[in-house]
Design a protein around this ligand. Structure first.
Ligand SMILES: C[S@@+](CC[C@H](N)C(=O)[O-])C[C@H]1O[C@@H](n2cnc3c(N)ncnc32)[C@H](O)[C@@H]1O
Length: 197
């Protein structure tokens, strides 16, 4: 069985880990939304071994891919993956942090608000929401590479596209998350860190 592999996840896992290290408390329970191949959760669970990790994907088909990615890894601090469609009903959970990478440009615009509302429903007061990916700033792309990437996304699916960071910050605030930090990341990406109030 071939383990699914995303080269980008291999490149960005270390910079994302450095942000998470700063914000995750010891023994935090962390829900990952849109886990994809499982490469991130596997790496983070190895490096932050005192935390408890819950991967998730949007439906049975993508959960099967994630299951193949996690198969045989036997990390005691990684729970069985959950089905969570951001736009659907979220499970009844309480976690210390919700993390998500590279979702908002590969989903319709309403995913921004649904993510913030859903995260607010599961994240304890004082907990963290970390959102990573490419974003525009105040309606403008931050690089030529992102202009081309945005055009190619919209060509694949007219509902996809790079979102505006300010739109995410506003949706998060409307759901009770204050923005703690906006961190420029390699390859014209951004980490947005929020705390649940
Ligand atoms: C580009 S991949 C990113 C995977 C991983 N987070 C990473 O950074 O490598 C986007 C992921 O978002 C998931 N996704 C798309 N729409 C979703 C939704 N409504 N709810 C949850 N996940 C979704 C896809 O199934 C896919 O695995």
């Amino acid at each position: 069985m071939t383990r699914p592999f995303a080269p980008a996840a291999e490149r960005n896992r270390q910079p994302i880990l450095e942000v998470l290290r700063t914000y995750l408390s010891q023994a935090a329970t962390v829900l990952e939304i849109a886990s994809g191949t499982g490469q991130h959760v596997n790496y983070f669970a190895g490096e932050l071994a005192e935390c408890h990790w819950i991967p998730s994907e949007k439906d049975a088909e993508t959960l099967a891919t994630l299951g193949r990615g996690l198969a045989g890894l036997k990390r005691p601090n990684v729970a069985a993956p959950l089905i969570i469609d951001v736009i659907g009903t979220w499970p009844d959970l309480e976690v210390d942090a919700v993390i998500v990478a590279n979702l908002l440009h590969i989903s319709p615009p309403e995913t921004v608000q649904a993510l913030c509302q859903g995260a607010a429903g599961v994240c304890r007061s004082g907990g963290i929401l970390h959102v990573y990916g490419p974003f525009m700033r105040e309606g403008k792309h931050t690089s030529e590479g992102n202009v081309a990437f945005d055009a190619s996304l919209r060509g694949q699916d007219s509902t996809w596209g790079i979102r505006d960071a300010e739109q995410v910050i506003k949706a998060a605030a409307d759901s009770g998350f204050a923005c703690l930090e906006q961190i420029a990341m390699p390859a014209n990406n951004l980490s947005l860190v929020f705390v649940r109030q």
